[in-house]
Design a protein around this ligand. Structure first.
Ligand code: F6P
Length: 363
């Protein structure tokens, strides 16, 4: 009898429950195995009652549900966890405790569903001898080696619906609407939703922008009779030459950046271009709620593939979508290359061909 375990770590993404469900169903249909669920990311290994059997009854009805029934945690790396001892912050390496817990549970494999940070932890555990299989998870779509990750399609749909709604009010009031979207390091959500929603300006981390180029584009629209504009801005987009000013040291959370780039752009358009502007930060609405059919299907394929990879001893690897196929690549490879919007790729070139501004135009 083989014993598998599954955990979900880092920020949630629509489709996590579909992964868990598919893994559990595959375990019960494809082998003489059992599967355990680990609560709240790696933290479940550190708590009494944090690891429990997952049965088919546990996953009944969860396919359309957002979030993760296992819970998640982004309390940092267990290899260097900040803990308070006698009122002082100290860094502790909890990996030994986690590895001991994994051994005590007699696990044959641990399936880790997570983004860049969580998969790095998984890879470190693998280097220390833990049999690990990874499943890529990010609404930002920025994990290398997989064409798409689940959650991205849902986020893009929510963001493009938001742009549709902003269009009607922008047009009625002759205003500019600046919509700040998620995308800390990569601009895939802003680019795809911006194109799907018909944004006039799209700002992404891969292309530092000039505020006057944005203003020029909006004023040009006014001159041609369009007295409203939509600006889609990824939270990680930065003004040219000011990339560092926006990097708040030691603070990588979304909340810490509230009042970030969307407000900067909105204030500039309002005050210096002289066009009434409103700023909307879509935030975690992009991550909550039911996954799209595409994400449910992708998550199901990845969850099932992860179990089958585990049963074939494909440890230290991550399942991935490449073209139409689910395949797998080593965690080392997946984590070695940052995946970013290809600024010379056809999606971006199409957007430029339609006249969408990226803030890097020469005036
Ligand atoms: O990593 C995915 C992401 O959506 C980022 O774009 C965003 O900065 C982050 O999650 C916010 O997550 P949290 O509020 O959980 O830190």
């Amino acid at each position: 009898l083989k014993r598998l375990a599954i955990l979900t770590g880092g920020g949630d993404a629509p489709g996590l429950n579909a992964v868990i469900r598919a893994a559990v169903k595959t375990v019960y249909h494809q082998c003489d195995c059992e599967i355990l669920g680990v609560k709240d990311g790696f933290d479940g290994f550190l708590e009494t009652g944090g690891v429990n059997p997952l049965t088919q009854a546990d996953v009944r009805g969860i396919l359309p549900r957002g979030g993760t029934i296992l819970g998640t945690a982004n309390r940092g790396n267990p290899f260097a966890r900040e803990v308070i001892h006698n009122g002082q912050v100290v860094i502790e390496d909890l990996s030994g405790q986690i590895i001991d817990a994994i051994h005590a549970l007699n696990l044959d494999v641990l399936i880790v569903v997570g983004g860049d940070g969580t998969l790095r932890i998984a890879n470190e555990l693998f280097q220390k001898g833990v049999p690990v299989v990874g499943v890529p998870k990010t609404i930002d779509n920025d994990i290398y080696g997989t064409d798409f990750s689940f959650g991205f399609d849902t986020a893009v749909n929510i963001a493009s619906e938001a742009i549709d709604r902003l269009h009607t009010t922008a047009e009625s009031h002759h205003r500019v609407m600046v919509l700040e979207l998620m995308g800390r390091d990569a601009g895939f959500i802003a680019l795809h939703a911006g194109m799907a929603g018909g944004a006039d300006v799209i700002l992404i981390p891969e292309i530092p922008f000039h505020l006057d180029a944005i203003c020029y584009k909006i004023q040009e629209r006014v001159r041609s009779g369009s007295h409203f504009s939509i600006v889609a801005v990824a939270e990680g987009a930065r003004p040219f030459g000011k990339e560092q000013v926006f990097a708040i040291p030691g603070s990588e959370t979304y909340a810490a950046r509230l009042g970030g780039v969307g407000n900067l752009v909105g204030k500039y358009i309002n005050d210096l271009c002289g066009i009434e502007t409103r700023v909307i930060v879509l935030g975690h609405l992009q991550r909550g709620g039911s996954p799209t059919a595409f994400d449910r299907q992708l998550a199901t394929r990845l969850g099932s593939a992860a179990v089958r990879l585990a049963l074939n001893n494909g440890f230290g690897r991550m399942v991935a979508l490449q073209g139409q196929r689910i395949t797998d690549i080593s965690l080392d490879e997946a984590l070695s290359v940052p995946k970013r919007v290809d600024i010379h790729g056809d999606t971006l070139q199409t957007a430029r061909a339609l006249g969408i501004a990226f803030g890097d135009e020469t005036l």
